[in-house]
Write a protein that binds this ligand. Structure first.
Ligand code: PLP
Length: 407
């Protein structure tokens, strides 16, 4: 494997024979040779590019504004900027910290509903929608009920605000594509009131899309969304349609490798064939205060062993913990996995959403390094990427170092 460029461009360009899996093998070998158990993440730019191409093909009328809060890794933002997405920022800080300069102002939306008064010049009216089919129900915190939007618009008119359109967020991890249909219909009802002379020209359908085609694929979402848009906001209406996907882009783009740093075997008195059952406890070099922070609020992970295992190998009931002193730092419980040894590596796919962006250095454990990779084949297809990354060598730094940079 002849990977090139990390020093010059911050991205490992992999040669034709290489794969993300081989890259991970090589990194692990390198770390093992240095007796290092430092966790690391691999950002696969091919996946990111493919996600974007899929978005363009399924939702051609909807311009994505990537939700920066989901994962603000510099290489992700640079790539998406080059691909032509916009960015959804939650604060002035996010705008200036991650996005300046190089991103055109018209490609930034400031979509957090709770803003300091001085920041509101142009506004979108965010409505509360039925988010009962989503894991994270954002309408419990944000958005105006349909019965209150009239009063809010009056208030906006009194304050001299220009309301340019309507937004909603169906809730993160939406499991019912049909939820979008009702939300788009609700937005239409606001447009139809034509209150107070506002010229509504923008509809923002928020986020909520999964990045790993589960539980709903983008194709399924797109069928419902495109149908509802054609019915309620046909092309001739001239309304610009945008979205704020976060998880969709980031989730499947990152893989984590974490090392088994300690192990405990508990002999439980649930005897089988006269022998007490064993409960395994493993402690990894990364956990819920680090790259897997999303586990505090969200879902599950399914780690797997990096080294090959025989299918016949016995599986043990195991608990996998993160490295900190806190008992909340539990990654997975009751997990059936072959016996691990100190020094083994576990891999976690699909960990790019709301992990690194919310990670901490609790207990003094450093954030994982991020290595960005791209396959040669793609680079030839998308040759502008090569230029994009020249002069950016931050990817081998820790994310905390990178956060203080700008692009
Ligand atoms: N926009 C806003 C205002 C949000 O609060 C969120 C997530 O919380 C997003 C976009 C991104 O949502 P998702 O990651 O589900 O696509």
């Amino acid at each position: 494997m002849n990977d090139v460029w990390p020093d010059k461009c911050g991205v490992y360009i992999l040669d034709k024979e290489s794969t993300a899996t081989r890259f991970i093998d090589k990194k692990i070998k390198e770390l093992d040779s240095m007796d290092s158990e430092e966790p690391f993440q691999v950002l696969n730019l091919d996946t990111l590019i493919q996600m974007h191409l899929k978005w363009l093909s399924y939702l051609p009328r909807v311009k994505p504004f990537y939700a920066v809060k989901c994962n603000s890794t510099e290489t992700v933002l640079r790539t998406l900027n080059a691909l032509g997405t916009g960015f959804d920022c939650a604060s002035k800080g996010e705008i200036s910290q991650f996005l300046s300069p190089g991103v055109k102002p018209e490609n930034i939306i400031y979509a957090h509903t709770t803003k300091p008064q001085s920041h509101i010049k142009y506004a979108l009216l965010r409505i509360a929608v039925d988010d009962s089919s989503s894991f994270h129900r954002l309408s419990s915190k944000f958005g105006a009920g349909l019965s209150t939007t009239g009063r809010l618009l009056e208030c906006a008119a009194e304050l001299g605000l220009e309301v340019v359109g309507v937004s909603f967020h169906i809730g993160s991890k939406c499991s019912q594509s049909l939820a979008f249909r009702q939300a788009i219909a609700d937005a239409r009802s606001i447009f139809d009131t034509k209150l107070l002379g506002f010229q509504f020209s923008l509809l923002d359908i928020g986020g909520g899309f999964s990045g790993k085609d589960f539980p709903v694929t983008l194709q399924e979402f797109s069928k419902v969304i495109n149908g509802a848009l054609d019915e309620y906001f046909p092309f001739e209406s001239g309304v610009q349609i945008i979205a704020e996907p976060g998880r969709y882009y980031a989730e499947s783009t990152f893989t984590l490798a974490a090392n088994v740093i300690a192990k405990r075997v508990i002999m439980e008195d649930m005897r089988k064939e006269g022998v007490p059952e064993r409960l395994m406890m493993y402690y990894l070099s990364d956990g819920v205060y680090g790259s897997l922070n999303f586990l505090l609020t969200d879902g599950q992970v399914s780690p797997y062993l990096h080294r090959a295992v025989e299918s016949s190998e016995k599986r043990y009931r195991s608990v996998i913990w993160g490295p900190t002193c806190d008992y909340i730092d539990k990654i997975v419980d009751n997990y059936l996995i072959p016996e691990l040894h100190v020094g083994d590596w576990l891999l976690f796919d699909n960990i790019g959403a709301y992990g690194i962006s919310m990670s901490t250095e609790f207990n003094g454990f450093k954030r994982s390094s991020i290595y960005s990779i791209c396959l040669m084949a793609n680079i030839y297809d998308v040759c502008w990427l090569t230029e994009l990354f020249i002069c950016s060598s931050h990817d081998r730094n820790t994310s905390s170092e990178r956060l203080s940079g700008s692009f």
